[in-house]
Ligand binder design. Structure first.
Ligand code: ADP
Ligand code: MG
Length: 578
């Protein structure tokens, strides 16, 4: 729990890092503005008493005050224009950059614990709420407070007894309305959750736009959207109703306070000669700055507190990471990767129960530089096996040993350095082919040319150029082209081990054979390949074929051995050849 406070605190500090001068100047601006505002009732009192003859003043003195008020307003305007805008925008940017870099620091499992829309919502919706209701409000709240204290001091200089009565009357409703803040905080967090649900639906729908159109499912998705929209609306309405209640209570108590104080003023003036007409005018104006906090502060503070709870919410998300204390280092694979009695069952995200066993007591030796092929029916656990070796699944039993080092004791970074994991699903960023291959890291021209050749990209690069922009998730490329780019991206990293899961699924037979052959031809790299098609020419080149059935290893051996055996592999192979 201690740790949870700390990320939220760092996030809050991000508002003020290197940003204090902007804040101080913004507050200075509102302070000067408050002084200007308070000078007005004084000026009025002086003018009225001068006209009524109840005081002996000097017109030039009053003129000077008038000019000073204009200059104070000017100074305050400049502060707001320059420093207040700088403060809040810089605070937002710093908060965003920190949160974003923390998201990137998460490990893959930690990241996927939350829906990505939660992260998007935190950086888009929540932060605008925080800016509007907290950051922008700091100078305004300070202005209200300064005006209030200034007004009390000025009122006291006119009449102490009356001032004490005014302060006491106005305190009562303030306390009452401050208490509704908690409800608003909860409503704010609930709205933020609904917003992220809404973003998740939008992401899903826009991501599958062509599928929706080609299957003519617009109506169904309109309904899905409508439902989410309705959830947000209800939550928004609830929040606004609570806010209105706070506002209403504040306004009513404001009026009651105002009338009570004015009534007290009139009563006092019967007994007290020092209360002049000018004093009552000044008093009636100053009371407004006492009432102002009573009516405006509670909703503002409640709102600010509610938006700070969004900061805490994000802090919790960032803290939830179980920081790995893994310190093991991986060097180049010397001997082998060994799986010892490895078993795994997925955990149902909703019920938290484990599902049927997906890998059952797997024992395997993957020797340095050899090429392995895993085959098995759909759902037999092939992909699970590769993910488990990559340490993308936790709480498996047994061990995965890399030259004897238990991979559980090795940080994700080290694993990603030594292993290249290529999946069937491609991720292409909206940048050049080159950047998509290098992922913005430096490689020599030779290295780049080699992987372009190995992954069958030579023609594409010759036709469109290596700087060709790929489009959002590679929309300017064909499925096969995207897949080859993602293969090139994995090959260029000189990993010790390549784990490839049906990576040629969207390639034609010829390109598929070409790409698989270049991977098989790689020297001194341990490869584990899950094939999309049981291509004899590829299977014959593998050092060992591992056959999985219902999460267990059924058979192992070379293509020739397994065919001769006439066992499970033989039946899989003959079915697929037919
Ligand atoms: P294969 O790659 O051989 O087709 P998988 O390794 O993907 O098979 O899946 C093995 C079993 O684990 C299947 O029964 C599948 O339904 C289940 N499974 C795979 N991924 C998940 C997941 N994320 N959550 C729950 N069950 C899963
Ligand atoms: Mg699979």
């Amino acid at each position: 729990m201690k740790k949870q406070i700390s990320k939220a605190r760092i996030l809050r500090n991000k508002f003020y890092d290197n940003n204090k001068l902007n804040l101080i100047m913004a507050i200075m601006g509102t302070t000067v503005l408050s002084m200007a505002i308070l000078c007005v009732p004084y000026l009025m009192q002086q003018i009225i008493d001068l006209i009524a003859g109840t005081s002996k003043g000097d017109w030039s003195h009053l003129l000077l005050i008038g000019i000073a008020i204009i200059f104070m307003e000017l100074f305050s305007g400049i502060c707001t224009y320059y420093f207040r805008t700088s403060f809040s925008t810089k605070a937002v940017a710093q908060y965003r950059n920190y949160a974003f870099s923390e998201f990137l620091n998460k490990n893959i499992q930690g990241f996927h614990k939350k829906n990505s829309s939660t992260y998007m919502s935190a950086l888009v919706n929540d932060i605008s709420s925080i800016k509007e209701k907290y950051l922008d409000m700091i100078p305004i709240i300070s202005q209200i407070l300064i005006c209030c204290f200034g007004a009390i001091v000025m009122m006291a200089s006119y009449n102490i007894k009356l001032t004490i009565i005014a302060v006491i009357i106005s305190l009562i409703p303030l306390i009452a309305s401050l208490m509704s803040g908690k409800k608003l905080s909860n409503a704010e967090v609930s709205l933020s959750e609904k917003n992220s649900g809404y973003i998740a639906v939008l992401k899903d729908i826009f991501g599958g736009f062509s599928t929706i159109k080609s299957f003519k499912s617009e109506t169904a998705f309109n309904i899905i959207h409508h439902k989410q929209c309705e959830n947000v609306r209800k939550s928004q309405k609830n929040r606004e109703k609570i806010l209105e209640k706070v506002n209403y209570t504040a306004a009513i108590s404001g009026y009651i306070t105002l009338f009570s104080i004015l009534f007290a003023c009139v009563l006092f003036s019967f007994y007290d000669d020092t209360i002049t007409a000018g004093t009552i005018i000044a008093f009636s104006q100053l009371i407004n700055y006492l009432i102002d906090p009573v009516t405006n502060l509670p909703p503002m503070l409640a709102d600010a507190k509610a938006s700070l709870s969004l900061v805490d919410k994000l802090g919790n998300i960032l803290d939830n990471e179980e920081n790995q204390e893994a310190s093991g280092k991986l060097v180049k694979l010397n001997d082998s990767i060994k799986l010892r009695n490895v078993s795994y069952s997925y955990v149902d995200k909703l019920s938290k129960d484990t599902t049927e066993i997906s890998l059952n007591n797997i024992n395997l030796d993957l020797k340095r530089g050899k090429c392995y092929v895993i085959v098995g029916a759909s759902g037999s656990g092939k992909s699970t096996l590769l993910k488990l070796i990559m340490q993308m699944l936790n709480s498996y039993t047994g061990e995965v040993l890399y030259d004897g080092i238990d991979l559980r004791n090795v940080s994700d970074d080290e694993v990603y350095k030594s292993f290249a994991y290529i999946q069937q699903e491609t991720v292409i960023f909206d940048t050049s082919i080159l950047n998509n291959i290098t992922m913005y890291q430096n490689f020599s021209k030779d290295e780049i040319d080699t992987v372009i050749k190995q992954s069958g990209l030579t023609d594409l690069v010759n036709q469109r150029g290596i700087d060709y922009r790929c489009g959002e998730n590679g929309s300017f490329l064909s499925g096969g082209e995207k897949q080859r780019i993602s293969i090139a991206r994995s090959l260029i990293r000189h990993a010790n081990v390549i784990l490839a899961d049906e990576i040629t699924a969207s390639l034609d037979a010829k390109t598929s054979f070409y790409v698989m052959s270049s991977i098989i031809a790689l020297k001194d790299i341990t490869r584990v390949l899950i094939l999309h098609d049981l291509d004899k020419n590829i299977l014959e080149q593998a050092d060992e074929i591992i056959t999985l059935k219902n999460g267990c290893i059924k058979e192992k051996g070379t293509f020739k051995d397994l065919i001769d055996n006439k066992g499970y592999f033989y039946s899989l192979f003959t079915i697929s050849s037919n």
